[in-house]
Write a protein that binds this ligand. Structure first.
Ligand code: FE
Ligand code: CA
Length: 505
């Protein structure tokens, strides 16, 4: 149905590419790897997608795929097996919601089709909600522009001992940008479904990305580049007609669901996909995964029309009616925090939450309109909900800014003596280029609650959570241009229970 409406909407211009021939199953139908995600105490989602012999062409026909999940890595103690159908409508992706598993333990899984077996993946269920959990470990990462580096960081992440990977957005990039490319996109900006599918297929052909998926369950949210740069709800700076942009968004959201280990219940409907969700890890943590793209108000002062989207003297920025999460998600979030009862609250989300004011040459404060600084009233509301939670310790993990940050989230960012409500960490970028260290130190000077910043580096964040401490390590690769690069800890921080705010470990 989506495809038909595109053809009608876009006329004959696209017909040659839509008339592509269908191809038979590839020699290795599992060339995009396997993945798991959306874990609960009794369930997990298993994912794969069948590839055609010519990977950029659609695969011909419908296939029955066998799946097996077992308690051991050689798949001898099988606990469940079944069959799933790979259909052209969902790009021959498979999303198996496996139920009836035991809490808090690893499982191994494999797919097979026409006598061909997939690699074996490992996953892990979450602890039962009343289980006493001494330690949880997560990697959090974002922004893996394919052309700007190799995924050595993801290979190292595959070797970590983790409960889950939290991926915080910019899984793909829709455009080519930046300098010193080490490899290239194989097509231009996607706007149609098959073009987004091919972009995911390119990114997912990377062996290190496949290794990180095969090693851990992933819990995912998105940012803008899964669809279009700096988009807000139904507008993008490059697509200012909402009708046209929503057709692009529908294609992008469908391709996202098709390529992520998300449950069948999250299947997109047109241009809508309810991605935000909550996870509980025993008595130690409750994790809120939020979506600040799909429902947000348009940019204040039409910032989508200005080249750099900086807001100076824009009164509309402060309008309390401007939402970041949308009314429904906002209410869900506030309610969830009010009922929270684990030791820690964790929030996984896409954009820098702390205020980061820049000073213009004539000493005016300028704000980046696309991030939380473009929506300060919505941020205040979110932090009010954090402050109202009976759980007094909240750690926020963020992405988007292609640099590492540790920040104190203040009740009032304009006063350094204001109460710190939560602690935020941004885990750099896997590859995407960002701020120089010079820029970062300048920002820190104007914003004392930005307690630490590191630019010109790539990698991810690692959080080890215990009852009394959250220890966060920033893991940086030696050379993003070297696929075999080593990795090291650039800095380490601790948040002590009862004392929100950044401390050096
Ligand atoms: Fe990014
Ligand atoms: Ca982004």
């Amino acid at each position: 149905m989506h495809r038909r409406s595109f053809v009608a909407g876009l006329g004959t211009l696209w017909l040659p590419s839509l008339a592509r021939a269908e191809a038979p199953l590839a020699e290795n139908p599992f060339g995009l790897g396997v993945a798991s995600g959306h874990p609960s105490p009794g369930s997990v989602v298993l994912w794969t997608r069948l590839l055609a012999a010519e990977p950029t062409q659609p695969l011909d026909g419908t296939f029955t795929v066998d799946w097996t999940i077992a308690e051991d890595e050689r798949l001898q103690r099988v606990v469940r097996r079944g069959q799933a159908t790979a259909e052209p409508h969902w790009a021959h992706s498979i999303h198996v919601d496996v139920n009836g598993l035991k809490a808090s333990r690893p499982y191994w899984y494999r797919f097979a089709v026409n006598g061909r077996e997939s690699p074996i993946g490992r996953t892990r269920t979450t602890p039962a909600s009343n289980e006493s959990v001494p330690l949880l470990r997560f990697a959090f990462a974002s922004c893996q522009q394919y052309e700007q580096g190799y995924y050595a960081a993801l290979r190292h992440m595959a070797d970590d001992e983790l409960n889950a990977v939290l991926f915080l957005g910019d899984y793909i990039y829709e455009t080519s940008w930046g300098r010193n490319h080490v490899r290239h996109h194989n097509s231009g900006r996607p706007t149609l479904l098959f073009e987004y599918r091919n972009r995911y297929a390119l990114y997912k052909s990377d062996p290190d990305l496949q290794a990180a998926h095969a090693a851990h369950p992933w819990i995912v949210t998105w940012d803008d580049h899964e669809v279009a740069n700096d988009y807000a709800n139904d507008l993008s700076p490059t697509d200012l007609d909402p009708k046209q942009f929503l057709a692009i968004r529908a294609a992008a959201y469908q391709a996202y669901w098709e390529h992520m280990p998300l449950p069948n219940a999250m299947q997109p409907r047109g241009a809508s996909l309810k991605l935000y969700d909550r996870y509980r890890f025993g008595n130690l943590a409750e994790l809120f995964v939020i979506d600040d793209r799909q429902y947000r108000a348009h940019n204040a002062c039409h910032a989508e029309l200005t080249r750099d989207r900086m807001l100076i003297d824009c009164a509309e920025r402060l309008d309390p009616a401007r939402t970041m999460l949308g009314a429904e998600q906002e209410a869900w979030f506030a309610d969830g925090l009010k009922r929270a009862s684990a030791r820690w609250n964790l929030i996984a989300q896409q954009t820098l939450m702390a205020e980061a004011a820049r000073l213009t040459k004539n000493d005016k404060r300028a704000f980046w309109g696309d991030g939380w600084d473009g929506y300060p009233a919505a941020r205040r509301k979110l932090l009010d909900a954090v402050a109202a939670s009976p759980v007094k310790d909240t750690v926020v993990m963020s992405g988007d800014v292609h640099s590492f940050w540790a920040t104190d989230l203040k009740q009032d960012f304009s006063t350094s003596t204001s109460r710190t409500l939560a602690t935020e960490f941004v885990g750099g970028s896997i590859t995407s280029q960002g701020f120089s260290n010079e820029r970062i130190q300048l920002l820190r000077r104007n914003n004392p609650h930005l307690r630490y910043g590191l630019g010109d580096a790539h990698g991810y964040g690692h959080i080890a959570l215990q009852a009394k401490t959250a220890t966060v390590s920033f893991r940086t690769v030696d050379d993003v241009r070297n696929p075999k690069s080593g990795i090291a800890t650039a800095s380490r921080f601790v948040v002590e229970a009862g004392e929100p705010g950044v401390k050096r470990a």
